[in-house]
Design a protein around this ligand. Structure first.
Ligand code: SF4
Ligand code: SF4
Length: 164
């Protein structure tokens, strides 16, 4: 038995996903979704769950994290529902409540540690040097003060705890 949460639609709207109400459940998105071919993820179902306010079921589900943000569904949706924006809004709500898929957590922990989701590799540094560029790019990686400020932001938002 599931318990709809009527307040959830307000949360989705506040997080940028108000247009989920435009979905009329035609299923065109699911029919073209490459992630859905490989996993149990069904984007039409996710949109319906959001409309119904099934917050706990959504934020605790693995499927929420199986969209690859390829935008095929957005291109095909006859109602022009901004599906990827809605998926991201739902993920933002899930993360704010401490839920994140393990693979995403790993990527996010790189962000917390290095200021980049993909750390600089020796091969790339050598290639940069060959091109006459600094081995370390002029980003957070080479700016201790900016990295310290960035870490403070992650701490203030609790993001560091989520990815620990
Ligand atoms: S294609 Fe658009 S209207 Fe159709 S089910 Fe998907 S989101 Fe809803
Ligand atoms: S953006 Fe996500 S939901 Fe849409 S088709 Fe691509 S993988 Fe599927």
């Amino acid at each position: 038995m599931v318990t709809p949460n009527p307040e959830f639609s307000k949360e989705i709207a506040a997080a940028g996903g108000e247009e989920v109400k435009m979905c009329f459940q035609c299923g065109t998105c699911t029919a073209g979704c490459p992630s859905g071919r490989q996993t149990s993820y069904r984007v039409r179902k996710l949109m319906r769950m959001a409309q119904l306010g099934l917050k706990e079921e959504i934020i605790n589900s693995d499927e929420l994290w199986e969209c690859s943000t390829c935008y095929t569904c957005v291109e095909r949706c006859p109602r022009q529902v901004p599906i990827v924006d809605i998926v991201i809004s739902l993920r933002n709500i899930a993360v704010a409540e401490g839920h994140m898929f393990d693979a995403h957590k790993k990527t996010a922990s790189n962000l917390a540690a290095y200021g980049h989701t993909v750390p600089v590799q020796d091969k790339i540094s050598a290639l940069r040097a060959d091109l006459g560029l600094p081995e370390i790019p002029p980003t957070l990686l080479s700016n201790e003060n900016a990295m310290a400020d960035f870490s403070k932001i992650l701490k203030a938002t609790g993001f560091d705890k989520i990815v620990e």
